[in-house]
Design a protein around this ligand. Structure first.
Ligand SMILES: [Zn+2]
Length: 482
């Protein structure tokens, strides 16, 4: 920190929850509303996706959804983590209306995943648990509870407290979001609460000893909010140290208030033993090394974001910013690759990337009804641009037509006379014709008015429907008028 009497050392860690994309909930066969939300974009009526298990009726027994464990194993293998051989579930006891059983099924001593690394940050563990119900407290002198979300499979990832820089929070969270989407494990949309980031922040004047009284910040609903919340806490705690009031720093949970751009104390933090964890007797213990052929699962993972980054850089040599666009948009990345394959020339990669990431993306953003041209048609357009048959203006104009009608670029260009007349012979003939038709302009030019030639260039541009290169046209005229 600047402007302080002594240096301070910041240590941060992350706890990230993500709702896993499965058809049914973690421990019953109710619909997993978060994955269904993405299909119709609408939320189901409250308390319609519930059953005796996820509402904790007496005698109801949980049944493990293996699809949730599959996701966990794949995420773990993707980040190079250890997959536990033995794993089990635990009851995390706490009393709150959004937990109908008065405990949450979670994992304590034996998480499915431990270790691994993502975006340069060491991961401590990833365990599987169930999501809570959602509650509303702002409708009157009562609370409303919706159990549709209760029992949705939730993964919790915890990093080591090794983050020093608030920008790294954003980098890590974004990379995790990408990974979960690549694996189809979660849509990880933060605004929809499918991914929730909590930041632990500790500020200490001793580089060797992080302050054990750290703050956990919750209620963060965007990457940038996570960064700002951490920055706020660093400033707040540094100021308390500076003023000799460090005894006021307590281990607590604080909530981020997006409107006020500040954190607010919520409660002092429970210790783990307050939850009275004990093994869940109603679910089987799992022996994952027998359940899965881990090598096979690993070999069958899709290309991961970092591998795609490296391959796009090596094979296509395009700009980092374009690589990032493609890594973040699998559909456009596949489209780009299909075009390159069709063109059959990697040296055109940057030109193609430019037209996709700026021109095409611009059109698609402005016009929701715009159609993606087929890779074949786009490739034809790119080959024509490369061969000098089309001006960059011509490419853009044809592209604007292609997103509305599936026209063949060459047919359209010929029909609308957009092929550049850079054929020297054709241009020469056209220039000679115009010289013959305009003796007074020629006389004026020959008497020393050099600018007169521009009127002939203008006529060439007009006759060629703008497809001639004006510089080349001028050179041809000068040559003919010598
Ligand atoms: Zn249920």
């Amino acid at each position: 920190m600047n402007d302080t009497k002594r240096p301070y050392y910041v240590t941060m860690g992350l706890e990230i929850h993500a709702e896993l994309k499965t058809n049914t909930k973690a421990f019953c066969s109710c619909k997993n509303v978060t994955s269904v939300l993405d299909v119709d974009g609408k939320e189901d009526a409250p308390n319609t996706n519930i059953c005796p298990i996820c509402t904790a009726q007496p005698g109801a027994l949980p049944k493990l959804n293996k699809a949730a464990v599959d996701h966990m194993v794949r995420v773990g293998l993707a980040i190079g983590a250890n997959i536990a051989d033995f794993t089990e579930f635990d009851r995390k006891n706490y009393f709150y209306p959004d937990i109908p059983k008065a405990y949450q099924i979670s994992q304590y001593k034996f998480p499915i995943v431990s270790g691994g690394k993502l975006a340069g940050v060491d991961v401590t563990r990833i365990h599987l648990e169930e999501d809570t119900a959602t509650s509303m407290h702002d409708k009157g002198s009562f609370s409303l509870i919706n159990y549709n979300r209760a029992g949705v499979p939730l993964m919790e990832l915890v990093t080591e407290p090794v983050i020093k820089d608030t920008e790294q929070i954003v980098t890590f969270a974004k990379e995790l979001q990408l990974l979960l989407r690549y694996l189809g494990a979660s849509d990880a949309n933060m605004e929809m609460g499918q991914m929730r980031v909590e930041v632990n922040v500790s500020v200490s004047p001793d580089p060797e000893k992080p302050n054990k009284k750290y703050v956990e910040v919750k209620n963060i609903n965007s990457f940038q909010a996570a960064k700002r919340a951490a920055e706020f806490e660093i400033k707040r705690m540094t100021a308390l140290w500076e003023e000799g009031r460090e005894s006021e720093i307590i281990k607590e949970t604080r909530g981020w208030d997006e409107n006020k751009q500040m954190t607010v104390s919520q409660r002092s933090k429970e210790n783990a033993e307050d939850y009275r964890y004990f093994p869940e007797p109603d679910l089987p213990k799992l022996y994952l090394h027998s359940m899965y052929d881990l090598d096979m699962v690993k070999n069958n993972l899709p290309e991961l974001p970092w591998a795609k980054r490296e391959r796009f850089s090596k094979d296509f040599g395009i700009k980092d910013s374009d690589i990032e666009v493609f890594v973040n948009d699998i559909v456009m990345a596949d489209y780009f690759e299909a075009i390159i394959k069709q063109v059959g020339d990697n040296s055109l990669a940057q030109t193609i990337a430019n037209y996709i990431t700026s021109d095409l993306a611009g059109i698609m953003k402005a016009d929701k009804d715009a159609l993606l041209p087929t890779p074949d048609d786009f490739a034809e357009l790119m080959s024509m641009a490369q061969g000098g048959e089309l001006s960059s203006r011509g490419v853009k104009d044809i592209l604007a037509v292609m997103v509305k009608n599936p026209v063949k670029p060459r047919d359209y260009a010929v029909e609308h006379d957009l092929i550049q007349k850079n054929d020297p012979e054709a241009l020469k003939n056209l220039a000679q014709k115009l010289i013959d038709e305009n003796p007074e302009v020629v006389a004026s030019y020959k008497s020393g008015k050099e600018n007169a030639i521009m009127s002939l260039v203008g006529k060439i541009m007009k006759e060629s429907n703008g497809s001639a290169n004006p510089q080349v046209a001028k050179e041809v005229l000068v040559e003919l008028l010598k």
